[in-house]
Ligand binder design. Structure first.
Ligand SMILES: Nc1nc2c(ncn2[C@@H]2O[C@H](COP(=O)(O)OP(=O)(O)OP(=O)(O)O)[C@@H](O)[C@H]2O)c(=O)[nH]1
Ligand SMILES: [Mg+2]
Length: 316
């Protein structure tokens, strides 16, 4: 964890806003955050918007940075690489997240009690206007992550977060689309960063502005990312579960073969016997794969630890 910052005035705060065709709302978003944190630098990352987003953001006082690679994730990767600050806030440009709640979000980062705070739209205290499918998808994805990583998060896809520099500079992010939030959450969890959720109230998009997320297409991509990261970061749980299922199925076929032999004096079905052998063998193979990957992962974690130590000592 990063040590606490002594004075907020001495802290370089960057507000990062990914934007694609948000001319209806960007002026308000930039002004609202300027009012809340007058010393912060505001960056709008525009991704070939075809409307007035870039001009309006610049007029409202933000620095506009253009990104040619399409997708929210691609833009977030560029933000994290290009911008130098002590504390980073990321927020959507569609005026759905409340600017006044930014103080609650950055406080744990400033006093060093969290590496990343997530503005949760679904905590008990939040009064959010959620689109039903967004809410349902979020619940499913969050359920998988909580089971896989043993956490109790309530909103893994929130676009409103505060983070310290250490976290920003140590997460390798590769997802180009809306999977970026799931990737950010899982990779921070895996590297043992401290995460804290803060309730925020989500508003609906104002009339005339439209969503960039495609429910089915992006939902499948997010699910795919969650499963891929689950497989890569928790291989023993992932392959162990598959192995036990396969082993159990083989065991049931095996019992049925034995049952045939004992009771009816029939020649055991060759088909059932082969199936039993196949499933048991596959199950053992899965478990062996899980164990091997688990060991490799542990060694990588140790290497990453030493790499981080080296970076820290060369920075001091
Ligand atoms: N630069 C850039 N920004 C993007 C891109 N896609 C989405 N965004 C921005 O990312 C933020 C989140 O996108 P939204 O369309 O609001 O997605 P959402 O918040 O999941 O869904 P709704 O708020 O319900 O529409 C917004 O500020 C978008 O303008 C992109 O390809 N490039
Ligand atoms: Mg949004």
């Amino acid at each position: 964890m990063q040590p606490p910052f002594s004075r907020i005035q001495d802290t370089k705060i960057a507000i990062l806003i990914p934007c694609l065709n948000e001319e209806k709302t960007i002026t308000k978003v930039v002004s609202d955050f300027k009012n809340e944190l007058p010393n912060a630098k505001i960056y709008v990352f525009d991704n070939m918007s075809t409307d007035q987003t870039a001009n309006l953001a610049s007029q409202a006082g933000a620095e506009v940075i253009f990104e040619t690679r399409r997708g929210k994730g691609a833009v977030v990767q560029t933000m994290f690489q290009k911008i130098e600050a002590d504390v980073y806030i990321i927020v959507d440009g569609d005026d759905t997240y409340p600017a006044p709640q930014v103080h609650m979000l950055i406080e744990p980062i400033l006093n060093g009690t969290a590496d990343m705070t997530i503005g949760s739209r679904t905590m008990k205290e939040s009064k959010s206007e959620f689109r039903f499918l967004n809410w349902l998808g979020n619940k499913w994805f969050q359920g998988i992550i909580n089971i896989a990583f043993g956490t109790h998060l309530t909103d893994i896809l929130s676009g409103y977060r505060a983070m310290n520099r250490k976290l920003i500079k140590s997460l390798p992010l590769f997802e180009n689309g809306f999977e970026i939030e799931a990737e950010l959450t899982i990779k921070a969890l895996e590297r043992r960063f401290s995460l804290q959720e803060i309730p925020v109230n989500l508003r609906s998009r104002p009339f005339g502005s439209y969503s960039k997320i495609k429910m089915l297409q992006d939902g499948i991509k997010i699910l795919g990312t969650i499963f891929a990261l689950f497989r890569d970061y928790k291989p023993l749980t992932f392959f162990g579960f598959l192995g036990l299922c396969s082993f159990g199925t083989g065991f049931i076929f095996g019992i049925s073969v034995l049952f045939d032999v004992k009771t009816a004096y029939q020649v055991p079905s060759i088909f059932s016997g082969l199936l039993s052998f196949g499933f048991i063998f596959t199950g053992l193979l899965f478990i062996a794969i899980g164990l091997i990957l688990h060991t490799i992962n542990r060694r990588f974690r140790e290497m990453e630890y030493f790499q981080r130590l080296l970076i820290d000592t060369s920075n001091n």
